[in-house]
Design a protein around this ligand. Structure first.
Ligand code: OAD
Length: 292
């Protein structure tokens, strides 16, 4: 027999999926604002491999991590890095948003149409007025925007594979996005060095303005707001530190196929694939909103 939904927000991992989904939906339906932190698991059902899965993860091969995942790898072996990058990029290029991306965007719309996110008197709330959802994503695949979250509210803290710059000087480079990447890396028209993605590699800093927006999206959350952590192992800093920045009274919810480094610190843990769990949460949020 499944346990009843607890009155307090705490729904640990040993509760049934139904109970966790109900508790998550109730917390989100009552929340004025929601900030989601997403990782590779969010896009798994779009056919994009995660990073640390032992079978298919992008980093299962240490050589790939050293040479394609670092700026020195791109400088020393640009051709090798580019051919690995094409294998990483092309499934992203072909991917469509999954039901989880679409459900998260629809949750934002449902919150907005019921008046959540309306400006209050605080300066920070006014600055982020109108739309109640923020998505801070470590993913470089642009699928949240394709799924319906307005671009202005998606903070891509690890960059994007839909932008490129040159290895030597960082000059922005236009690479057509209507076809798969060319077999060899294009040369920068200004300095002749090769192209690389405008994505954050190991040892590099995060883009400053985007990081500040991401921090603000967490720090601005207050009592009854929700922080939703989806499909990330929490192993890469500083992004992994973001859920720890929200204030007291924020309901922290995790959706993950497995327990992660975050699970113990969450109020509600929804164990399952995000492409299945988020539509179920959305359906229940819509019912609860209709009852208001
Ligand atoms: P990881 O590969 O480290 O973790 C993926 C997480 O998704 C794991 O916790 C899985 O249990 C979970 N997961 C897998 N399939 C899922 C599904 N269908 N639904 C829900 N959860 C699922 O990926 P990230 O945490 O995103 O950085 O990795 C963080 C950063 O490490 C990446 O942004 C990347 C990488 O190095 C850069 O490239 C800078």
């Amino acid at each position: 027999m499944s346990k009843a939904v607890p009155a307090a927000a705490t729904v640990p991992a040993d509760y049934s999926l139904d109970v966790a989904i109900e508790a998550a939906a109730r917390a989100i339906a009552a929340a004025p604002r929601l900030t989601a932190l997403t990782g590779a698991g969010m896009s798994a059902e779009s056919g994009i491999n995660t990073f640390r899965d032992p079978e298919v993860g992008v980093w299962r091969n240490w050589l790939a991590l050293a040479l394609f995942g670092t700026p020195n790898g791109w400088r020393w072996t640009p051709g090798w890095a580019w051919s690995n990058y094409r294998r990483f990029h092309d499934p992203i290029f072909a991917a469509e948003p999954n039901d989880g991306h679409r459900a998260l965007a629809a949750i934002g719309e449902a919150m907005q149409s019921s008046g959540a996110g309306t400006p209050t008197t605080t300066a920070s709330a006014t600055a982020t007025s109108g739309y109640p959802l923020r998505v801070v994503t470590q993913n470089v695949d642009y699928l949240h925007q394709c799924g319906g979250v307005p671009d202005a509210f998606v903070h891509e803290v690890h960059g994007s594979v839909f932008r490129h710059r040159c290895i030597a000087k960082g000059h922005p480079m236009e690479i057509p996005q209507d076809a798969p990447l060319p077999a060899s890396a294009p040369k920068c028209p200004q300095c002749g060095s090769r192209a690389r993605p405008d994505a954050v590699l190991f040892t590099e800093s995060l883009p400053g303005a985007t990081w500040e927006s991401a921090e603000r999206a967490m720090r601005d959350l207050g009592p009854k707001d929700c922080c939703l952590v989806i499909g990330t192992s929490g192993s890469v800093y500083p992004a992994a530190s973001l859920p720890g920045m929200c204030g007291r009274g924020v309901v922290k919810i995790e959706i993950n196929a497995d327990e992660s480094g975050y699970t113990g610190g969450m109020d509600i843990f929804v164990k399952g694939p995000s492409a299945q769990c988020l539509p179920r949460i959305l359906a229940r949020v819509l019912e609860l909103k209709a009852e208001e």
